[in-house]
Design a protein around this ligand. Sequence first.
Ligand code: DOR
Ligand code: ZN
Length: 345
Amino acid sequence: MDSITLTRPDDWHLHLRDGEVLKAVVNHTAAQMGRAIIMPNLKPPVTTTAQALAYRERILAALAPGSRFEPLMTLYLTDTTTAEEIEKAFESGVVKAVKLYPAGATTNSASGVTDIKHCAGAIAAMERVGMPLLIHGEVTDNDIDIFDREAVFIERVLKPLLERHPALKVVSEHITTRQAAEFVAQGPDTLGATITAHHLLFNRNRMLAGGIRPHYYCLPILKREEHRQALLEAATGGSPKFFLGTDSAPHEKGDKESSCGCAGAYTAPAAIEFYATAFEQMNALDKLEAFASLNGPRFYGLEPNADTITLERRPLSLPSHYGFDDGRSIVPMMAEEELAWSLKR
Ligand code: DOR
Ligand code: ZN
């Protein structure tokens, strides 16, 4: 196969940031994706519908002329989010989901949820109106090993949550373990999961063997090969519960290449090419369209995009970095490496 045409994909988990970074990154995604679920972990976080509407306007203003990219907004859940705010968000038609960050789990999560019991009213409202809850599923306890935090979260938080709220739509975001893949596959139809390209392509050796490679440090952290294999099987296995979410997370070069580097892989510029590379490893390019373009809209109750994209078997070279106007830069994943697939532009 030397070319594949797919319904245009969407990214169901994306960080665009704000200001100069937003302007530097949004068109990378808009060149590939029809829509994206935009993460709310700005400084300060997007906790109200009014903030989400204003952020959406800044995103639209940063798009290249003629772009038809549609940002789907989210609210950042806190211990004090009210049921009224959830209803207002739902009625806006613009906020499509609410994001739960356990406090301290990752970048800009300090205002996140300290204990899910504080969110009972907001979560009951989400269940009532049909607003999906997107979960960063890791416990934050210092006594739990960083490689085990996702599996422990499933037992301690996710299972009881699904039992308490049988009609709540939940997306287990960026799953990284066999335990999560199996839990989602066997779970109720209200439960879905996004999988990143980096967790499909790499295990933790890529980050740690032969030197520390900070551009592969992300959260949840890269795991062992057996977990990567389980994710590949989930993504290519035909289940509609798994869909594309890059978790593309731009950080300035110096903030990654630092004595205490930030978590995040910048994958947006070649997102669909990264996924095609992973699916080809499984001889499953025929399953890419469902994962990238159909399962996500189905879960969110939206129509798939009406247009298509074409991938060609033509080498794609990732640059060393993308510069912004003010001289700072962002290093993409697989910088200065080559992929076998390119998006036809
Ligand atoms: O690697 C990550 N980066 N994981 C997250 O959960 C957050 C993200 C970010 O915002 O940088
Ligand atoms: Zn994320």
